[in-house]
Design a protein around this ligand. Structure first.
Ligand code: NDP
Length: 305
C-alpha cells in the first residue's frame, strides 16, 4: 500500500510530489496521457515567478519533474482508467492493467481543450482543425489561419501563429476580449492579426482538409466566409473529472468541489485546474499542489497518532 499516489504531472501534481517527497512519503506520480500537462503546449511562460526572462513551458515543467525526482518521487508512464475510493483503501486502475492501492490520493488531472462541437469541426480534427496551436502551428507556415476564442489562450495562440503564418483571423463572439489587457493589446497591435468581432462559426468548410470558415455576425445575422487552411480552437478547457464524477462531488461545470483541496472523501485531495474554475494559472496550480501535499501529511500523521 502506497502512502500517496498523485494523478497528473503538471505543476499541481509535480509540486504535490515535491512536497510529499521531501516529507519522506515516497510519492508515486501517474503521469497521464500528456506528461507535463498543459504547460507543454504553451510557448513562452513569462508570468511564473522566479523567471525574469520568458522560459519555455516544457522546460519549466521538466525542471519541476527533476526537482521532485531528486527527493524520491517515482513516476509511472500510464493513465488512470478507474478508481475505487473507499476511505482507508483507495484503488487506482491503470490502462496497462496494473492497480495501485494507496492511503491518500491527490487528483491533479488538469483540464483538456474544449471544441465547438460542430459536425464539420469534429470531422476535420487533425485535418486542419486543431486544439493546440503550439503543437500544430508549424504545419501552416506561410498560410492563412483562424483562431476562435477571446481569452488568453486564443491571444497566445494568435501571437504564436503570427510568427509563422501569413495571416491570422481571431474569431470572437463578443465585442470585447476576455483576455488580459497586455495580451489583448499585443494582438490588436499585430499587423498580421485581424479580429472578426461578434462572430460565431457556423461551419468549418472543406472535405478532406480545412479550406475556410463560414462566419455569422451575431448582431446583424450577416454570413461571410474566410479562406483559411488552419482552424485553431481556443475556447477554454473542461476539467478531466469524468472517471471521478460518480464518486466525488463536482460542480455544474464538472470541476471537483474542494475545501482547501479536500474532496468529499477523506484522504482524497484535488489540486490544479481539475478543481479550479477561476484562476487556472501554472502558479496557482503549483500552489494548490503544495496545499494538497500539506493536507496529505497532516492526514497521515493524524491517522497514525
Ligand atoms: P477562457 O475561459 O478565459 O476564455 C475562453 C474564450 O472562449 C472566451 O473568450 C469565450 O468567450 C470563448 N468561448 C467559450 N466558449 C465558446 C463557444 N462555444 N463559442 C465561441 N467562443 C467561445 O479560457 P482560456 O483557455 O483562454 O484561458 C483559461 C485560463 O488560462 C484563464 O485564466 C487565462 O488567463 C489563463 N491563461 C493565461 C495565459 C497567460 O497568462 N499567458 C495563457 C493562456 C491562458 P466569452 O469571452 O464570450 O466568454
Amino acid at each position: 500500500m502506497e502512502d500517496v499516489v498523485i494523478l497528473g504531472s503538471g505543476p499541481a501534481g509535480l509540486c504535490a510530489a515535491l512536497y510529499t517527497a521531501r516529507a519522506n512519503l515516497s510519492p508515486v506520480v501517474v503521469e497521464g496521457l500528456q506528461p507535463g500537462g498543459q504547460l507543454t503546449t504553451t510557448t513562452e511562460v513569462e508570468n511564473y515567478p522566479g523567471f525574469p526572462e520568458p522560459c519555455d513551458g516544457t522546460d519549466l515543467v521538466m525542471r519541476m519533474r527533476s526537482q521532485a525526482e531528486r527527493f524520491g518521487t517515482r513516476y509511472i508512464a500510464d493513465e488512470v482508467v478507474a478508481t475505487d475510493l473507499q476511505p482507508g483503501k483507495l484503488t487506482i486502475s491503470l490502462s496497462g492493467g496494473d492497480q495501485l492501492e494507496t492511503r491518500t490520493l491527490i487528483i491533479a488531472t488538469g483540464a483538456s481543450a474544449r471544441y465547438l462541437g460542430l459536425p464539420s469541426e469534429q470531422r476535420l480534427i487533425g485535418k486542419g482543425v486543431s486544439g493546440c496551436a503550439t503543437c500544430d502551428g508549424a504545419f501552416y507556415r506561410g498560410q492563412k489561419v483562424a483562431v476562435v476564442g477571446g481569452g488568453d489562450t486564443a491571444m497566445e495562440d494568435a501571437l504564436f501563429l503570427s510568427r509563422l503564418v501569413e495571416h491570422v483571423t481571431v474569431i470572437h463572439r463578443r465585442d470585447a476580449l476576455r483576455a488580459s489587457q497586455i495580451m489583448g493589446d499585443r494582438v490588436l497591435a499585430n499587423e498580421k492579426i485581424t479580429v472578426a468581432w461578434e462572430c460565431v462559426v457556423d461551419e468549418v468548410l472543406g472535405e478532406d482538409g480545412v479550406e475556410g470558415v463560414r462566419l455569422r455576425n451575431v448582431k446583424t445575422g450577416d454570413v461571410s466566409e474566410i479562406a483559411v487552411t488552419g482552424f485553431f480552437v481556443a475556447i477554454g478547457h473542461d476539467p478531466n473529472t469524468t472517471i471521478f464524477a460518480d464518486q466525488l462531488d463536482v460542480d455544474e461545470q464538472g470541476f471537483l468541489v474542494t475545501t482547501n483541496t479536500r474532496t468529499s472523501i477523506p484522504g482524497v485531495y484535488a489540486a490544479g485546474d481539475v478543481q479550479d474554475p477561476l484562476y487556472k494559472q501554472a502558479v496557482t496550480a503549483a500552489g494548490t499542489g503544495c496545499m494538497a501535499a500539506l493536507e496529505v501529511e497532516r492526514f497521515l500523521a493524524t491517522a497514525e497518532a
